[in-house]
Design a protein around this ligand. Sequence first.
Ligand code: SAH
Length: 371
Amino acid sequence: MVQDRISRLIQQKEFSLEELCFLIALEGADRDFFLRETGKHYIQTLGKKVYFRGLVEFSNYCTKDCYYCGIRKSNSQAERYDIDDEQIVEAARFAHQHNYGSLVLQSGERHDTQFAKRITQLLRKIKEATNGELGITISLGEQSEDTYREWFNAGAHRYLLRIESSNKELYYKIHPEDENHNFELRLNCIQTLQKVGYQTGTGVMIGLPFQSIEDLARDLLFFKELNIDMVGMGPFIEHSNTPLYQYKNQLWPLQRRFDVALNMIATLRLLMPDINIAAATALQAIDPMGREKALRYGANIIMPNITPTLHRKDYTLYENKPCTDEGADDCSNCMNVRVCMNVRVEMAGREIGLNEWGDSNHFFNRQHTKQ
Ligand code: SAH
């Protein structure tokens, strides 16, 4: 029976490509069974803790032209912004005061030295303003080894750089093929981040045009192969001002993209039990309870958006992004932020790790096994 097979798989530590495809593609009652049992297994073996990262999307200026992304350079409709350092530090203080433990700084991709220097200063200011107590993850794209090192020394200790798809052919269907969008370069950057000493994260989008279940299974094997410490992955959501929008009729329905994304999270949890997995914001763009569901079935990181609301609507990577409309709660101004987040985490049957950095256990485990 299918469910017997699922029960056996949940106890396994190694998985074949075929087994991964089987789990990722599950539907209906068998899928419900898989998610429920994986969630139970995961919480029993790894505990209930969920960690917060206050997310600040501080600028949408971008030098890249990714075919899926709403803030791509060529989208002249995007209203560009860049939040002052003072305001970013203020958001960091907010996160610290609300016991978040960590901050994520994300922006469009820039490679100029002015930007690199600014980030170095900013990291120092944040560390200073929070007594060195706030953990910092950054997600600022491809950079030179020197820049990665400089930022690491200034206080960032985790880095997220999504490979977007580990299938090189698919990568070039969703990016221009030029010197500014190079698969090998991006891969090298991930390895450089590991070398420099960051807890290193990557991830993919799920439900891209031309993407198959097998591609997704291979993405999971890619994370394992690269010995990655953290993963952020979520459904692809088409944006009308981007080139990939033309394929909107060929995509999986939104609900299917969402379902497969949750299957991916649960399957990855079985494959890499000790890594950090984020409940991606894009999940919530499809289902109001999307992130809670991810926490229930394998994710252990949630990133409340604390970008000042004034600019939040402009960091529109995809449409229907949650909490971007004008009336929406600005988490950093919202009296309900703690209640909201507590309720969300508790609804998922989990507990919040307050004031903890919530580092990836995998990172420390791989340091031990290196010797
Ligand atoms: N500049 C940084 C951060 C990029 S934005 C970097 O290059 O790493 C963060 C992530 O949003 C991207 O890595 C991508 O995976 C995701 N994203 C962009 N457009 C999207 C879309 N249309 N649907 C879903 N996710 C998207």
